[in-house]
Each structure stands twice: as structure tokens, then as C-alpha cells.
Design a protein around this ligand. Structure first.
Ligand SMILES: [Cu+2]
Length: 133
């Protein structure tokens, strides 16, 4: 009787361990895919640059960056003829028609944690957001 109960306990512990390991592996796989979306952020000479492509919308649509560092957004256009070339970033007081092809810098100053910066196209149908933490 008690031997039986003991084996049930052991089996259930093993099952829980297998479950935890599987779950852990899955969450690690999720982490690596989320770092891929962070690859558009790099720090050069103490300035953080976030690169966003504008053409038929903005990509990536969500970027994650660090707060507390001087930060600039680089908007890249390449044969951009749609309305994503008319960009408004309110918090940076930025409103411009981007060149059809080129790079445009937007100075965000030093962003604070928990204050995301949003960019919107001229007609408000395309947008991107940069989250700071
Ligand atoms: Cu638009």
C-alpha cells in the first residue's frame, strides 16, 4: 500500500519535472524569437539608434529599446511612394515628408521608461511604436 503510494508520488514528480523542462525549453525558444525583433536597435558612441523601414507601413511595428540613453530613430525609405512617407511622431514634434529613398533621423532626446514613442502615417492607418524599459 505505502509502496504503491510512494511510486505514484515518484511518477508524478517525474511528470512535473518533464513538464517544467518542456515549458522551459519553449519559453527559451520564445525568448530567442523576441530578440530577433530587437535587432533593429543598436548603440553607437553612446547613442541608441532604432531603425525602422517605411514602405507600405512601418516595420518592425513594435521595437523595444532601453530608456535613459540618448536615442534616435532612423527611418529608412526605399521607393516609398505610399502615405507611410508622411510621418508624424508627436512626442518628438516631428512631422515630415520623407524622401522617396533615404534615411531620416528623428531625435528622441533621452526617453524615459514606460513612455512609448509612437509614429503614425499621414492618414493614421499605419503606425509603429518603440517601447522603452
Ligand atoms: Cu497612411
Amino acid at each position: 500500500m505505502s509502496k504503491n503510494a510512494l511510486s505514484i508520488v515518484i511518477v508524478s514528480i517525474v511528470l512535473v519535472l518533464i513538464f517544467i523542462f518542456t515549458f522551459d525549453a519553449k519559453s527559451k525558444a520564445g525568448d530567442s524569437s523576441s530578440t530577433q525583433s530587437v535587432q533593429n536597435v543598436e548603440v553607437k558612441n553612446g547613442v541608441q539608434y532604432i531603425t525602422i523601414n517605411a514602405k507600405g507601413g512601418y516595420s518592425p511595428r513594435v521595437s523595444s529599446a532601453k530608456a535613459g540613453i540618448p536615442t534616435k530613430i532612423i527611418i529608412k525609405t526605399k521607393d516609398t511612394y505610399d502615405c507611410s512617407a508622411l510621418l508624424v511622431v508627436r512626442s518628438a514634434k516631428f512631422q515630415k515628408i520623407l524622401p522617396q529613398s533615404g534615411e531620416t533621423e528623428i531625435d528622441l532626446g533621452t526617453p524615459k521608461a514606460g513612455e512609448p514613442v509612437q509614429g503614425v502615417c499621414g492618414m493614421g492607418m499605419y503606425s509603429f511604436v518603440v517601447e522603452f524599459s
